[in-house]
Design a protein around this ligand. Structure first.
Ligand SMILES: Nc1nc2c(ncn2[C@@H]2O[C@H](COP(=O)(O)OP(=O)(O)OP(=O)(O)O)[C@@H](O)[C@H]2O)c(=O)[nH]1
Ligand SMILES: [Mg+2]
Length: 350
């Protein structure tokens, strides 16, 4: 118990930069920014950190869902202490580049607390936030925290996505994300541990969250949560130390410039692809128009031929009618002549 108490004490007493000699860093809070796929246990991790960090009864403060699926769609802050804050997030649904850059925007203080959207590159939002945050930057040192459930196998597509995620986060914040693997008693723990290590994720915490159905506190589980929070504090201190010769305002500008560059690069690439598609479609369209003109000329020719033929047919059919009337007439005349001959006895019927 003493070990948990000591760890908790370190958390409750913590203020940013408290381990540094210099106190000119300008950060007033450390915020742990969670992110990860939907249903992997982000909100449950917040509930666990709040009850263990404050040593209170479990409550579903962050609105953890009853089962897997999208529940949280907003970023909300939860105070562990006045100087240590944890922020929930919307879960990723697709392993694409949009959510990666959105997370980087959040980590660069270029997004407000509130509703999160993943489906577009929000360069206009970044450009809107930049001047506002430049003159009124939140004095937060942000630590990226990746939440992954051991229940879900890290398949190829996810690994590629995670590579992009970790690389971008590193280039924006200067630190790799801290991983929390939830549901650690399910799935292939060793394989996920190896894969995260290969991705350059140095800190990997495997734990079982406290949940609605399972919140009987135990020292062992408490300690894992407290260890994770202490790693976050240590990483924040390491990051603050690394950036101590850099003015936080200058760091914000560097991060914002990197964010704007990355978002603009993707939009430029999308634009290039659209232009290529557009050129292809125009070529196809020209081809189709030429084909159409050809077919339409052929069609006019054929239609003239058909009209000619049909006039011929009408003529022929009139001729045939005439001829058949003649034939009928001749056959009637023939019959009457034969009758006359028979009647006159000049001829007998054969
Ligand atoms: N057994 C077990 N269940 C967990 C754990 N973490 C979360 N769960 C369960 O998984 C489900 C989803 O958990 P949430 O915390 O809502 O997941 P989330 O990442 O916040 O989900 P979104 O808000 O939809 O992105 C809930 O039913 C939790 O009870 C864990 O470590 N172990
Ligand atoms: Mg949630």
């Amino acid at each position: 118990m003493a070990e948990c108490d000591n760890l908790r004490e370190k958390i409750t007493q913590y203020t940013p930069g408290s381990t540094q000699k210099k106190s000119t860093h300008g950060y007033q809070r450390v915020t742990l920014q969670l992110f990860g796929f939907m249903g992997h246990g982000k909100s449950s991790l917040i509930n666990s950190c709040v009850c263990v960090g404050r040593d209170e009864d479990y409550q579903n403060l962050a609105g953890a869902g009853p089962a897997y699926g999208t529940v949280t769609i907003r970023r909300n802050e939860y105070e562990l202490t006045k100087t240590l804050v944890i922020i929930d997030n919307r879960g990723f649904s697709q392993p694409t580049s949009e959510p990666i850059l959105e997370v980087c925007g959040q980590l660069s203080s270029l997004r407000d607390i509130g509703e999160v959207k993943w489906d577009n590159i929000l360069l206009t939002e970044t450009l809107k936030q930049f001047p506002a945050k430049y003159s009124n930057r939140p004095a937060d040192y942000i630590v990226p925290v990746l939440v992954y459930s051991a229940k879900v196998e890290l398949i190829k597509d996810y690994v590629r996505f995670m590579e992009g995620l970790v690389t971008h986060i590193f280039s924006v914040t200067g630190i790799p994300p801290i991983a929390v693997v939830t549901n650690c008693t399910a799935g292939n723990k060793n394989e996920i541990e190896r894969q995260l290590g290969d991705l350059g994720v140095m800190h990997r915490h495997f734990l079982e969250n406290y949940t609605e159905n399972d919140h009987q506190r135990s020292e062992e589980r408490d300690k894992k949560i407290l260890d994770f929070l202490n790693t976050c504090i240590d990483e924040a201190e390491r990051g603050i130390k690394m950036s101590q010769n850099q003015d936080p305002q200058a760091r914000f500008v560097t991060q914002a410039a990197e964010q704007i560059k990355q978002e603009a690069d993707i939009l430029r690439e999308e634009n290039k692809n659209l232009t290529t598609d557009n050129t292809k479609l125009t070529t196809e369209s020209t081809k189709l128009t030429t084909e159409h003109t050809k077919l339409s000329t052929e069609n006019t020719k054929l239609s003239t031929e058909v009209t000619k033929l049909s006039t011929e047919i009408t003529k022929l059919s009139t001729e045939i009618t005439k001829l058949s009337t003649e034939v009928t007439k001749l056959s009637t005349e023939n019959n009457s002549l034969r009758e006359q001959l028979v009647n006159s006895g000049k001829c007998t019927l054969s």
